[in-house]
Design a binder for this molecule. Structure first.
Ligand SMILES: [Zn+2]
Ligand SMILES: [Zn+2]
Length: 306
């Protein structure tokens, strides 16, 4: 399992603990210091409490799926493979319609196009996006949907808690100004403690909110352009190399100036990640259809000679 393989990464374990701690802290502050004092004996208290906890539940469900799901690990061969004649093997693979397959020297196996080796997971991951310490797992072809859903619910929870904290704070200031707060001063925790919790939750919400919005944007751009960050970097380097080689030698080049780019519609690319169900299903951590329809069937290794 991906989690067990990556669990030795201390950064990933710390980030997992920090994630759970932040979620439970936010829930505690919202219930104890925001909703109960602001909406005592009101239906708004249970309504906001239920909605906020539902968002947190979805957040944790998506996070668990992203953590424990297989991101798309390329299976290892059962027997050791002979890579002594790579050139002729790769030409034979191309003849068999396995174009784009490469060899990973770390895993000692063939891997499908767009698969990359992760040094933390120590395995090749299909359509690897990046290794994320916040899920202590790679983000790849099979768990990218859960990762984006986790980011989305984190953003929603951050925004919601910000609104609740600010409105509770305004309510408190208004009451103090009107002299209403004196009545409940005996039982409630000290004003300084409440304000400290408000500030900590606000800082947490702003930091996580901005952070996840930036990553969601990057993820969506990488999906609709059909280029993972690794491929973007590689393509940029290819263009740079080509530019420098063409400027140094004025000889004509037969290669195109830009790498070949996808012509798939954006919706089709989004469906490959989020599944073919309705947009409503895109928000739920449900299993998506296998994304490689019409492409290479990744479940089997190519018909190689050992
Ligand atoms: Zn590998
Ligand atoms: Zn990884």
């Amino acid at each position: 399992m991906a989690f067990l393989r990556c669990s030795r990464d201390p950064c990933g374990v710390i980030c997992l603990i920090l994630t759970y701690f932040s979620v439970f802290y936010a829930d505690y502050v919202v219930i104890q210091y925001v909703l109960i004092p602001t909406y005592p004996d009101s239906v708004w208290c249970s309504l906001h409490g239920s909605v906020f906890n539902l968002i947190l539940l979805l957040l944790l469900a998506c996070h668990s799926k992203a953590v424990f799901s297989d991101p798309g690990m390329v299976p290892l061969p059962e027997t050791a493979m002979d890579f002594s004649d790579l050139r002729s093997q790769s030409s034979r693979m191309n003849e068999r319609g396995c174009e784009g397959w490469t060899v990973c020297s770390c895993c000692e196996t063939y891997r499908p196009p767009r698969a990359h080796h992760c040094r933390v997971c120590q395995r090749c991951i299909r359509r690897m996006d990046h290794h994320c310490p916040w899920i202590n797992n790679c983000v790849g072809e099979l768990n990218q949907k859960y990762f984006i859903q986790f980011l989305f619910y984190t953003g929603v929870a951050s925004l919601y808690s910000m609104v609740l904290v600010v409105s509770a704070w305004v309510w408190r200031i208004r009451n103090e100004r009107d002299g209403v707060a004196e009545k409940e001063g005996e039982e409630t925790p000290s004003k300084h403690l409440i304000v400290a919790h408000y500030i900590i939750l606000l800082v947490e919400s702003v930091l996580f909110g901005v952070f996840v919005m930036v990553i969601v944007y990057d993820q969506l751009v990488s999906i609709i352009t059909d280029e993972t960050p690794i491929e973007q970097m590689r393509n940029r380097l290819m263009i740079k190399d080509r530019g420098s080689s063409s400027s140094s030698s004025s000889s004509t080049s037969s290669q195109p100036p830009h790498p070949p780019h996808t012509r798939k519609p954006k919706l089709a690319l989004l469906r490959e990640v989020f599944g073919r169900g309705s947009v409503f299903c895109w928000l739920l951590p449900l299993h998506a259809n296998p994304p490689s329809v019409g492409g290479i069937t990744y479940s089997a290794l190519p018909d190689y000679d050992v």
